[in-house]
Design a protein around this ligand. Structure first.
Ligand SMILES: Nc1ncnc2c1ncn2[C@@H]1O[C@H](COP(=O)(O)OP(=O)(O)OP(=O)(O)O)[C@@H](O)[C@H]1O
Length: 294
């Protein structure tokens, strides 16, 4: 079964939803188990009921509240929300930087709670605040990161050649990283996130602080990720960009998933045409129930 296209993915998700044991009376249990195992492997990133509370100055903030979603290979999922909605906290839990109070995440079927190192090797992360090692050349730095991820040196050089071409950094490879402009540094950090060829990419505010050319680079990068069949999560405040970039959206507010679906599903559920209007409604009716459009 191919899962390259979004249409394929939608069919698979529908099939998984329909094939609950209760509905599969005629199926032998091993056939059902096998089918579900095959399809669940296609959910490259799965988040199950993640919850995180912080206590600060005697107040408890529920930063992420029972959050669940899944992303398939070749799919770009926009995790969107206003300031303080819980986006970064969610990414930090998926990356294993902080432990959830409850719930868990699975990357390519590997639970981050019980096997964090294997799970991390399957994740790539790019953030607007990424830095570079100023005294290393770009080539040294990228090969160093490949080595940290345990990539075989021959394979790392090959991978670097391919990515340098895609992101147009061949001319920068022997420059000291500290001498790069903001846009050049951005392209290098985008390559760094992919050097170990992870099946899941997390992008946190990837266009923050970039000019038009930088934003176009991100768009090109994301279409490259889609073509490579990566499962991609993009966190951003730029709802206009998200509409153009993402296949599916999760709208977070106060740590809760308020709506989830593709744009036409969200339009149907909210009665609004654009994400910005949907958010406007959310902010003005903050006790909205959770709705999943799919
Ligand atoms: N270490 C912490 N200690 C206390 N509170 C925290 C901590 N980290 C996050 N929070 C709180 O959790 C909530 C969610 O924060 P988070 O950074 O995840 O939001 P966000 O959606 O990424 O926001 P932004 O778009 O502004 O980056 C906020 O109320 C924030 O103040």
């Amino acid at each position: 079964m191919s899962c390259n296209g979004y249409a394929d993915w939608n069919r698979i998700r529908t099939a998984v939803a329909i094939l609950s044991p209760r509905r599969c009376v005629g199926w032998g249990s091993s056939a059902l188990r096998q089918f579900r195992a095959t399809t669940e492997n296609l959910l490259m990133l799965q988040i199950h009921g993640l919850t995180k509370r912080f206590v600060a100055e005697n107040e408890t903030v529920c930063a992420v509240d029972d959050l669940s979603f899944a992303v398939a290979p070749g799919e770009v999922f926009g995790l969107l929300g206003p300031n303080g909605a819980g986006k970064t906290t969610t990414l930090r839990m998926v990356l294993g930087l902080i432990a959830p109070d409850s719930g868990d995440a699975e990357v390519a079927g590997i639970p981050t709670s019980t096997d964090p190192f294997t799970a991390k090797a399957k994740l790539g992360f790019v953030s607007a605040s990424d830095g570079v090692y100023p005294w290393l050349s770009v080539r040294e730095m990228l090969l160093y990161f490949a080595d940290l991820y345990g990539v075989d040196p021959n394979h790392a050089s090959e991978r670097l050649r391919t990515l340098a071409e895609v992101m147009d950094i061949q001319g920068l490879l022997d420059r000291r990283a500290g001498t790069l402009s903001t846009g050049q540094r951005q392209r290098v950090t985008l390559v760094r996130g992919l050097i170990h060829d992870p099946p899941v990419m997390l992008l946190d505010e990837p266009t923050r602080g970039l000019d038009v050319v930088g934003v176009q680079t991100i768009f090109r990068y994301i279409s490259h990720l889609r073509q490579e069949g990566k499962a991609v999560v993009v966190c951003t405040h730029r709802l206009d960009e998200a509409e153009r970039l993402c296949d599916r959206f999760g709208l977070l507010h106060r740590g809760r998933m308020q709506y989830e679906g593709n744009l036409s599903e969200l339009r149907r559920v909210t009665g609004r045409n654009h994400l910005v209007e949907m958010f406007d409604d959310l902010m003005n009716h903050s006790s909205s129930p959770i709705e999943t459009a799919t």
